[in-house]
Design a protein around this ligand. Structure first.
Ligand SMILES: [Zn+2]
Length: 354
């Protein structure tokens, strides 16, 4: 999307995660193209976190000593993202926009802290001058894992059914972002079947479209994005082991930190905070409250945006288990770079919001 001041590109990938250096590769590829350099857009590439796609991170190889990424495939994905971005920049349309949010109760549960639930769908729809929709954006904080760990099929899970339904009813594309789905927002389903994934996706589509139908589109003068980089110490011994085994590229700086970023996107009164991984709902709710307090009409979180650093847990709840292979109630800590990441992310966002 573009105003006189800003061009913003939002990309959603049906992938488990896409690291910061990979996002940078896409941007470097695009920098050789003149239309991209001239428009100089801000780019946010976020993953839906489907658990049933190819390994784009490296942790799920055939055994625990073999990197799971097919490098040729990863390179092809980067080229496709770059092509899609160039295609959209050459096809800009004049649009109005509307945004809203709605609670979609009973579809997701928190398996780590059952008392903390974020069931808010954050929604936006761009419309043409004659009122016809051009594209819809759905954002919901829940792991796409209705099909569970034994599923052998490649699928985008409930997210695919959601988008298909929205696209069927509107006739135009829908993109999906994962909200603060960390530790552990998971589908509240009867069983781990395609039928349940379809039910959940269609229900979310229905609730979201009804909410969008109740609001009017208007001109949107302001589209802005502010970015802030941050660095947090990597302390997780499992990730260190993954570096030694070359499962993951070791991108730590000399201080042993991982560099990443957050963004604050404003599309009119819709304010979206992007976070570089799986923010726990306790923090997601906190961020949204801060956005609303600072003046947002509707607030949302875009998770796994321009990075996937794993779980981002409140420091007060972070307890690394004695045996990470038997983590009990502290599984999320074993898939997190460390205790520092959440305070760093929250501080960086606070600065942007201020
Ligand atoms: Zn996850």
């Amino acid at each position: 999307m573009q105003t006189e001041q800003t061009t913003l590109v939002l990309v959603a990938l049906d992938l488990i995660g896409f690291f910061h250096p990979d996002v940078q590769d896409v941007i470097n590829t695009l920098m050789v193209s003149e239309p991209f350099r001239v428009l100089n857009p801000q780019v946010v590439i976020a993953s839906t976190h489907t658990h049933h796609g190819p390994d784009t991170m490296g942790l799920w190889g055939p055994d625990d000593k073999t990197r799971g990424v097919d490098e040729e495939y990863l390179a092809a994905i980067k080229n496709k993202i770059a092509d899609a971005i160039l295609g959209s920049l050459s096809d800009l349309k004049h649009a109005s926009v509307k945004w809203t949010s709605v609670h979609a109760a009973g579809l997701a549960k928190n398996a780590r802290n059952p008392d903390i639930i974020d069931d808010e769908l954050t929604l936006a729809q761009f419309t043409a001058d004659d009122g016809r929709p051009l594209i819809s954006i759905f954002d919901f904080p829940c792991h796409p894992e209705v099909l569970f760990e034994n599923n052998p099929h490649i699928t985008s899970d409930y997210v695919g059914y959601l988008r298909d339904e929205v696209e069927k009813q509107t006739g135009v594309p829908c993109i999906f972002f994962a909200g603060a789905l960390g530790g552990m927002m998971t589908p509240d389903v009867k069983d781990h079947s395609f039928a349940e994934a379809e039910l959940m996706g269609k229900k979310l589509a229905e609730v979201g479209l009804k909410a969008l139908g109740a609001v009017e589109s208007g001109q949107c003068e302001v589209v802005s994005i502010k970015r802030k980089e941050l660095a947090a110490k990597l302390t997780n011994p499992l990730y260190k082991m993954a570096f030694w085994r070359n499962l993951l590229p070791d991108i730590r700086n000399k201080k042993g930190q991982i560099k990443t970023e957050v963004n604050l996107i404003k599309i009119g009164d819709l304010w979206l905070a992007t976070v570089p991984g799986e923010l726990l709902p306790k923090l997601g709710l906190r961020v949204k409250a801060q956005l609303l307090e600072a003046g947002a009409g509707v607030a949302g979180v875009v998770g796994l945006a321009n990075d996937e650093v794993g779980y981002i847990l409140p420091a007060e709840d972070f307890k690394y288990p004695w045996n990470p292979f038997k983590p009990g109630k502290h599984y999320e800590e074993t898939n997190s770079i460390g205790k520092e990441i959440a305070p760093k992310v929250m501080d960086a966002l606070k600065e942007l919001i201020r």
